[in-house]
Design a protein around this ligand. Structure first.
Ligand SMILES: Nc1ncnc2c1ncn2[C@@H]1O[C@H](COP(=O)(O)OP(=O)(O)O)[C@@H](O)[C@H]1O
Ligand SMILES: [Mg+2]
Length: 562
């Protein structure tokens, strides 16, 4: 757009109009000749008309300019952060049906409303230690879900289990199972449960179901996981080790089903492995003559026998691999002692007539040693839940310390992520950051992002992650204008330029205030949330007990109603 104030402006036409009109008036008073009157009168009229045209034109240009200077939004619908009503993104502000997981409070909103996710999808929460995950998310979820909703909870130590035990058992009437081999609950006067992950094999052996092969293989895979950097000879030994574990377990399951002797458990297998070749060879010989499962067990027995006879050195290598996988089930250790049989039924997780909460409890100082056990327990419960093939009762897995539950991918997790939605099993996994998840799950880790309906991050310190979230948040459009001011008699120029800038910048993410989170719900623009401590919420503050021995929580005024 350009204008020349000297020749093209409204003023340039108005001045001659005034002059002509003044002359016309003067000439008229002097009673000058008609021709002169017509000349100046016409001139004044012409200039006046030109002035009005130019005024109209200038107003139009002004309006057009105003419009240009506003963002047109061609860079997406996103114009400002938190410019969306959480409800329009499929989130909720009530939890009447008890399916909601409370995520926080919309930053900047004056209403004391809590935001809940109620869908069937999965969630991923990335935050370091001390970010508020336990106090502002997982404890509240444990007591905020309705009675009809079953829960599986993993956490560091007994904190959540003890804090919510009274409410879950006495008020919600849940059957609370504490898989707690170290008996950490005893200090709080609460009975722990024993768990034998191989129980299910005995059931399947009784039913002569061929499912037993898959189940046994899965247990073996939890015990001897395939790390990401696996390669070479060791990989073969591990593979044979897994075959060994699964076949011997199937044999022991058949034995237990027929004789009732408690032998199908990992402590028994551990003892067998460590008591010398003689005992092993005897087991293989016994396996070699049983007819079950079309002779599959017998064939495995014969195979192991000939391996020991013809190639004792390699046999020793896979035995070593297996012994390693089973060390935590040394019969003298707490885990070894608590795995003879289960004091609860796994199938309760999908029993429509039961309401259950499962806690998997290991001492925090032992994480890194006993991960396998936690992973195996989680794997067993989830497999049962997925295979029940029923949406109800719904199950929420609140997996604190998710990456520390195993040293390699937990086999069932891929199925949970892919089909959990239709089987009423949703996984909310807490991770430290993306790197730690990748370290465990490798290529599978991208599936967490593609499958998670909710992603939340707090305390972001990693610049690459911040950059990724900033990109994912998208852009807003801004309009910049530039003008050249005319020199005397010159033209002036205004140019406008619309461009995209990040909706939220990388540095805004790395400097987010403490106890605030960025939330991505599916493919929507992000919301910024304030985390809400359970003590700020009525009635959760009355449902969650203080845990003796844990650092006392501060005082928080009650500001919200759940
Ligand atoms: N929303 C909140 N506002 C203020 N303080 C909080 C909030 N959430 C948690 N805290 C405090 O932060 C500390 C760490 O919280 P915690 O939930 O244990 O973190 P994490 O589980 O992520 O390690 C606790 O002392 C807790 O009282
Ligand atoms: Mg915590």
């Amino acid at each position: 757009m350009s204008q020349n104030p000297n020749s093209d402006s409204a003023l340039a036409a108005a001045i001659p109009a005034v002059i002509c009109f003044g002359l016309y008036k003067g000439l008229k008073a002097m009673e000058a000749h008609d021709v002169l009157l017509y000349l100046f009168g016409g001139g004044a009229l012409f200039c006046a008309l030109l002035t009005s045209f130019r005024l109209v034109r200038d107003v139009q240009v002004g309006i057009a300019l105003k419009r240009l200077l506003k963002p047109g939004g061609i860079h997406g619908r996103v114009e400002q952060l938190n410019g969306y009503d959480p409800r329009s993104l499929g989130l909720h502000t009530d939890n009447e049906d008890g399916n909601g997981l409370m995520l926080g409070h919309l930053m900047g909103s004056p209403a004391p409303e809590l935001i809940y996710y109620k869908g069937d999808g999965h969630g991923l929460i990335a935050a370091g230690t001390g970010a508020g995950k336990t106090s502002s998310l997982s404890k509240g979820w444990t007591v905020g879900l309705g009675k009809h909703h079953n829960r599986i909870i993993t956490s560091k130590g007994v904190d959540i289990a003890v804090a919510t035990y009274r409410f879950l058992t006495q008020e919600l009437k849940h059957h609370v199972v504490c898989i707690d081999p170290y008996r950490l609950m005893a200090a709080h006067g609460i009975q722990s449960d024993d768990f034998n992950p191989c129980d299910i094999l005995v059931d399947l052996a009784e039913k002569e179901s061929a499912d037993i092969f898959d189940k046994a293989r899965e247990i073996a895979l939890c015990l001897i996981p395939e790390g990401l950097e696996a390669s070479g000879e060791n990989k073969i030994f591990r593979s044979v080790g897994r075959q060994f574990i699964s076949n011997v377990l199937i044999y022991l399951a058949i034995e237990q089903a027929e004789t009732g002797e408690l032998c199908c458990n990992l402590a028994y297998l551990n003892r067998l492995l460590n008591s010398g070749t003689e005992d092993l060879l005897e087991i293989f010989s016994r396996m070699a003559i049983i007819p079950h499962f079309d002779g599959a067990v017998a064939r495995a027995g014969k195979r192991f026998l000939s391996q020991f006879k013809n190639n004792p050195k390699s046999a020793q290598s896979f035995i070593t691999e297996t012994q390693e996988g089973l060390t935590i089930f040394e019969p003298a250790t707490p885990i070894g002692k608590s795995c003879e049989y289960s004091t609860f039924k796994l199938s309760d997780i999908k029993n429509p007539n039961k309401n259950v909460t499962f806690h998997i409890i290991l001492p925090p100082e032992k994480s890194g040693i006993n991960d396998t056990f936690a992973g195996l327990a989680l794997n067993s419960i989830c497999t049962t839940a997925i295979e029940a093939d029923s949406f109800h009762p719904q199950v929420t897995i609140i997996a604190d310390e998710f990456e520390n539950l195993s040293t390699a991918p937990i086999p069932v997790i891929e199925r949970v992520l892919k089909i959990g939605r239709t089987r009423g099993v949703r996984l909310f996994a807490f991770i430290q950051d993306q790197e730690s998840l990748k370290a465990r799950y490798g290529q599978l880790s991208s599936m967490f992002w593609t499958q998670a309906a909710v992603f939340m991050a707090m305390d972001i310190r990693n610049v690459e992650e911040a950059e990724e979230y900033s990109k994912r948040a998208g852009q807003r459009s801004i309009v910049t204008d530039s003008a050249t001011i005319p020199k005397q008699g010159g033209e002036f120029d205004v140019s406008v330029n619309e461009e995209g800038i990040p909706l939220i910048r990388l540095d805004e993410l790395t400097r987010m205030p403490k106890f605030t989170a960025i939330l991505f719900k599916e493919q929507n623009p992000p919301l910024m949330l304030d985390l809400v401590h359970y003590k700020q919420i009525d009635p959760w503050i009355y449902r969650i007990d203080d845990v003796p021995g844990s650092p006392a929580e501060g005082h928080f005024p009650i500001e919200y109603r759940a």
